[in-house]
Design a protein around this ligand. Structure first.
Ligand code: ZN
Length: 342
């Protein structure tokens, strides 16, 4: 007779993922430490001194700071300031390592194994800072390195890191699953795991960077200042009316939003409910690929909504275009008003 319920010890991979995915996120140091350990690949029993860990660890933080300046929920950090100064060349490599050893590990070494307010029963290192100025690698970490899933673990840490950055950047503390446009409030909203929605400020700001202050369609100048005459519309590239005929495509998703001048969106000769032509579709694809490849905070959201590879995303856009043409029939192209700049 077999038991109905079996309790099984989590595997080492599961402990590791729990730490990376569900641990506390007051700062991204944990991700940097996880990435560093996977990269350095220390052996079982090895003493990893903080000064030997510091170069890899501070490099990951410095790189992430270039894409997202917010790496924690606290107001200031001597360690992060040192990483920023190293990025701008104000301090050299050995000064960065010195600052990292002094300030960079104070909370992360303790907090790493904490999941749900308790430490995991399996540990990947032992804290020996007091006696040996470093951490001692356990057999469990060495076994993890031999796991068949090891190739995926660095990317998983990276993906999680970016998502957490997104949440901080957008002021979202709960887990983020999508960013959509709310037409009634004309603002971007996040959707979290329990399908709750909340506002994100500055939707125009977050789209404007790529467009360099120009209308997505005609390249005329737009200004984010709401009192000015050239305040842009947040426009659905594939018209919003498609919501009535499809529930599978997230029309309100960030991938489908651009900033458009009022002429293009709803002036004489404006787009209204027509489908932008293939040249514009290609422009949209380029924009989305740029955001994804340039470490944009909404990268994960864009990939969730349109596909995990460039090929999949192109197919998605192409098939959406075909579906839209099938019901809206008419194509549209703008009168170009300035030189193309993206
Ligand atoms: Zn325009």
């Amino acid at each position: 007779m077999t038991a109905l319920f079996l309790s099984r010890e989590p595997t080492l991979e599961e402990y590791w993922r729990a730490i990376v995915l569900f641990g506390r996120n007051v700062a991204s140091y944990k991700f940097a430490l996880a990435k560093s350990l996977l990269e350095i690949r220390p052996a079982a029993g090895q003493l990893l001194k903080l000064e030997d860990l510091a170069p890899t660890y501070s490099r990951h933080l410095s790189q992430h700071l270039q894409g997202a300046n917010k790496q924690g929920t606290f107001k200031s950090s001597k360690f992060l300031d040192a990483c920023r100064k190293s990025n701008t060349g104000e301090i050299n490599a050995s000064q960065l390592i010195e600052a990292t050893v002094r300030y960079g590990f104070s909370n992360v070494i303790d907090a790493f194994h904490v999941v749900g307010q308790r430490e995991t029963p399996q540990r990947f290192y032992i804290d020996e800072r007091k006696i040996n100025a470093g951490i001692r690698i356990t057999d469990e970490f060495a076994s993890l390195l031999n796991s068949s899933q090891i190739v995926d673990l660095p990317q998983e840490v990276e993906a999680r890191w970016r998502l957490v950055e997104t949440a901080w950047e957008l002021g979202i503390t709960r887990s983020l699953v999508a960013v959509d446009y709310d037409t009634s409030t004309e603002s971007l909203v996040y959707v979290d795991k329990s399908r709750r929605r909340g506002p994100i400020t500055g939707s125009r700001d977050s789209l404007n960077g790529y467009q360099k202050g120009r209308c997505f369609y005609c390249y005329s100048e737009i200004h984010i200042d709401p009192s000015g005459p050239s305040h842009p519309d947040v426009d659905h590239f594939f018209p919003h009316i498609l919501k009535r005929i499809t529930s599978t495509i997230s029309i309100d998703g960030i991938w489908n939003l651009v900033l458009a001048c009022k002429d293009c969106n709803r002036g004489i000769g404006g787009k209204f409910d027509r489908v932008p032509n293939l040249a514009l579709l290609e422009r949209l694809h380029r924009r989305n690929e740029f955001l994804i490849s340039s470490h944009h905070p909404l990268r994960e959201v864009l990939m969730q909504q349109t596909g995990n590879s460039e090929g999949a995303r192109a197919t998605f856009l192409n098939s959406t275009h075909n579906q839209a043409r099938a019901v809206l029939i008419h194509e549209w192209a703008p009168v170009q008003k300035a030189n193309p700049c993206f």
